[in-house]
Each structure stands twice: as structure tokens, then as C-alpha cells.
Design a protein around this ligand. Structure first.
Ligand SMILES: Cc1ncc(COP(=O)(O)O)c(C=O)c1O
Length: 452
């Protein structure tokens, strides 16, 4: 039987994360070199390398008998735990009734796009998840390039908003930021909030990396600065290394009532509620405990060490610049210094750059600029520094905390040799590109061959 797919779905491009996954798998299967057996140096996937905290695992087991549907916005204990968590870690006073739980922040952001009228303002570079959703919902959108600072500039935001004649605009603020690892200061947020008030801009503040901020004193939620106009989203995926649990939450702006009813309608229509046992596990993850506190502290210290190493090592490559991460497990490396040499090797767009770096002998996966909503010819790339055994690194850190710079270097070498080797491969790649030796790159796929 032949099924006819709805045109709306046919028109959607494959989201970049899926495309990347498929590409890597296919490449891996078809690569003739024995080195391919080990896979690749993985700077592409943004997944926390750590274990799910033990108290969450225990809570999940204990609650496996909870077979009843949960209330649409989430079980009460969880909404309360999330409110307490936000107060404890982010200094935010929120009524638990403002918290709605959903199957991941990605879904909740999609639901917010569904209910909120208005043109979307998307600062670039951006996380690869937003654009396919915006396109799927056929929303109007405008990019807001962040230029060299890689952060939203309030004047540019105002200029763009003045050109948009929609009654309402929706700004996607991702703080801390994927792909740059950068953090907005209180002052920067205040400047953005002033423009938002003036121009009637609603903010979806995706703060899924908040808990990974290396210096927690520096993190300020937009929900505190612009409480009347901000939807804050966060979840278990990054801070609790539980992306597979599929649980996120949104904190509604202050003084909103009717909208919450509309939102509830959407959630009830689309997924009823998040799995009840998972919600109980999440209670353990959001409640304040010594175990969770230690978990957050150790994981953020390790992210910081890996981030510092990756930044230093990649910027030590001649001509390469990068954002210096202050949170998350990403940085944005800028390889544009090599634009003309890359063009000499017939690599004119960033997707080809990412594809050529995965080939033998480099075996290195990064996310190219076009997947980050940058110009196709911008050779910037996101590098995630998570390719190591997080459980082992966690134990090693706990048993023997690296203190000095050389302890930290040793920690990276011992715990994350693939990060070290992967960056060496990037260096080697550019040495080859420089010498125009790229004709030596062999690949089974003609379409991916990098001509000399
Ligand atoms: C910026 C950002 N927002 C949202 C998500 C998705 O989070 P969740 O797993 O809660 O859907 C990700 C995951 O990579 C992300 O990087």
C-alpha cells in the first residue's frame, strides 16, 4: 500500500540534528578504513556525558507502580519542587501555579510558538532546534544576527522591532547560549528588557543550561528582569543528564491567567501529561538535597575544565578564534581565517567543511555554521566538549579534585583523551588545507569527495 504524506510534512526539511545523525551513521557504515571502527571524535552531539543522578534513578524505580494519568500541568509535588529549585538556585520567587511541565523543553517551546501570536525574532547563531519548529508552524520570523559579540545587541533589536508591524513579537533568548557557551550579564538583560517593554516583545527565555554556569553568581534569569513578559523554559536534559527522560518545564510570566487555560488546552490535546513515574523521578532531581547539590557542582566544574581546555587548544591553532565558554558544554569556533584555503580545496560552504572533517583520516564531527543558522559561507562551527566517559570522570574528580592548571590539564588528558586527539585532528586538517594537501583525502562517497 502506498501512503500519501500530508503536504505540510512533505514541505518540512529534515531537522539538522536528524540529518547529522543519519549522515554520521551512513558515513561510518560505508567507511572502508579500519580506523572508522572506533567511530569519530564527537564534537557534534550536545548530550551531557554524565550519569542520571542516583536519587532520580531510585525515585523512578520506586514510582514505577504509578500508572495513573497525571494532571495536565504536572503533579503538584513536582511543580512545588521546581518553584523551590528556582528560588534556591536562581533566586526566583514563583508560585508553583506558574509552572507547567511537558515532555521536554523542545516540545514546550513548540507549544508556546503554537499559542503565541506574533513574528518570531531569532538571534543567530542559534540552537538547531528552533527553526524547524517555526517553519513547521508557518510563523513569520526574522533573524537577528549577533555580529562579533555573539550576543543580542539592544539597539539592533530595537531597529528590527521597529520594522516589524505585528502587534506582538516573540524573542527567543537562549541564555546561557548554545552554541556559544556565553552568558548574558544583568545589565545586558536589562537593556534587552527595556526594548521588549517598549516594543511589546514577549520573550521565550530558554535557560536549559542555567545550572551549568561555571560561576553561578553570574547567572541571572530573564524571568527576574522582565517577569511580566518572559516565559522561562528549563528541564532535566542538560543539568541532570536526563535528556532521555523527556521532562521540561515552563514558568509563565507573572499575572497570566487566561493564557494558562489556553496552554492547558494545547497540552491536553497533544500529549495529556508527562509520564507519571518520570515526574516523580524529577521531584527528586529538583528537590534541594546534598546529593543534587554535589552533582551540579562536580558536573559544572568538569564542564568548565573541558571547556577551558577545548578553548585553549582550538585557539592555539593558527588563526582560529572561539567564544570562551562561561557555561554549557559548547563553544563556537571561528575558522574563517581559512576561507580562501578552504575555497581552494573546493570547500565553499560550511556543510562541506563539516563533511570533509568527518572523513578519513580526520574522523572528527562538528556542527557546521549552516546548521546554526549562520550564512552558508561562514566557517564557524559548534564544538561540544562531551566526548568522554562522564561517570568515570565524575568519580575521578570526586576522589581527587584537580586544583592547579597542570592538574586540570592532566585531568583532561586522563579522562578525555578523545577531546585531546580530536582537536589535534582539527589542527592536522588545517595543516593539510594550508598545504593544499586535501587531494589526499579519500572518501567512498563521490558527493563528499574533497577535490584537490
Ligand atoms: C538550547 C536548547 N534548548 C532546548 C533543548 C532541548 O531540550 P529538551 O531535551 O528538554 O527538549 C536543547 C537540547 O539540545 C538545547 O540545546
Amino acid at each position: 500500500m502506498k501512503f500519501i504524506v500530508d503536504q505540510q510534512v512533505e514541505d518540512i526539511e529534515l531537522p539538522e540534528n536528524l540529518r547529522l545523525n543519519t549522515f554520521l551513521q551512513e558515513f561510518h557504515q560505508d567507511c572502508p578504513h579500519p580506523e572508522c571502527n572506533f567511530g569519530f571524535y564527537g564534537f557534534a552531539f550536545g548530550q551531557s556525558p554524565f550519569h542520571v543522578p542516583q536519587i532520580m534513578q531510585t525515585a523512578l524505580q520506586k514510582n514505577s507502580d504509578k500508572g495513573k494519568y497525571a494532571p495536565v500541568p504536572g503533579i503538584e509535588e513536582l511543580r512545588e519542587a521546581i518553584a523551590t529549585y528556582n528560588k534556591h538556585y536562581f533566586g526566583m520567587d514563583i508560585d508553583p501555579k506558574r509552572v507547567y511541565v511537558g515532555p521536554g523543553t523542545k516540545e514546550l517551546i513548540f507549544n508556546l510558538f503554537e499559542i503565541l501570536h506574533g513574528t518570531v525574532i531569532l538571534p543567530t547563531p542559534a540552537w538547531i532546534g528552533y527553526l524547524p519548529q517555526i517553519r513547521f508552524l508557518k510563523k513569520n520570523y526574522h533573524m537577528l544576527p549577533t555580529k562579533s559579540s555573539r550576543k543580542i545587541n539592544a539597539d539592533d533589536l530595537k531597529k528590527l522591532a521597529l520594522r516589524l508591524h505585528d502587534r506582538q513579537k516573540i524573542l527567543i533568548l537562549n541564555n546561557p547560549n548554545n552554541p556559544t557557551g556565553l552568558l548574558y550579564s544583568r545589565l545586558e538583560l536589562e537593556e534587552i528588557a527595556d526594548i521588549c517593554r517598549e516594543q511589546n516583545i514577549t520573550v521565550i527565555s530558554d535557560e536549559i543550561y542555567a545550572q551549568t554556569t561555571y560561576d553561578m553568581k553570574e547567572f541571572v534569569s530573564m524571568g527576574k528582569i522582565y517577569p511580566e513578559g518572559t516565559f522561562v523554559t528549563n528541564g532535566l536534559s542538560k543539568s541532570h543528564a536526563a535528556g532521555g527522560y523527556r521532562l521540561g518545564y515552563v514558568i509563565f510570566p507573572q499575572y497570566v491567567t487566561e493564557l494558562k487555560q489556553q496552554f492547558k488546552k494545547i497540552l491536553a490535546t497533544e500529549y495529556t501529561a508527562v509520564s507519571t513515574p518520570i515526574q516523580h523521578a524529577a521531584v527528586a532531581g529538583f528537590e534541594i538535597s546534598k546529593e543534587m547539590d554535589e552533582y551540579f557542582e562536580i558536573t559544572r566544574r568538569i564542564h568548565e575544565i573541558m571547556g577551558e581546555y577545548t578553548y585553549n587548544a582550538v585557539t592555539a591553532i593558527d588563526g582560529v578564534k572561539a567564544t570562551k565558554p562561561e557555561a554549557t558544554f559548547y563553544l563556537l569556533a571561528n575558522f574563517n581565517h581559512y576561507s580562501s584555503e578552504l575555497a581552494g580545496s573546493k570547500i565553499q560552504v560550511s556543510q562541506r567543511f563539516a563533511e570533509s572533517l568527518i572523513q578519513h583520516p580526520y574522523h572528527t564531527a562538528i556542527v557546521g555554521g549552516d546548521s546554526l543558522v549562520l550564512e552558508r559561507t561562514d566557517f564557524s562551527a559548534r564544538m561540544a566538549f562531551v566526548d568522554y566517559d562522564g561517570t568515570k570522570a565524575f568519580e575521578n574528580y570526586k576522589n581527587n579534585k584537580p586544583k592547579t592548571a597542570s592538574d586540570k590539564l592532566e585531568f583532561v588528558k586522563t579522562n578525555a583523551p578523545r577531546i585531546v586527539a580530536g582537536i589535534k585532528m582539527i589542527d592536522l586538517y588545517f595543516q593539510h588545507i594550508k598545504k593544499n594537501a586535501s587531494s589526499k583525502i579519500e572518501c567512498k562517497f563521490d558527493s563528499l569527495r574533497v577535490p584537490g
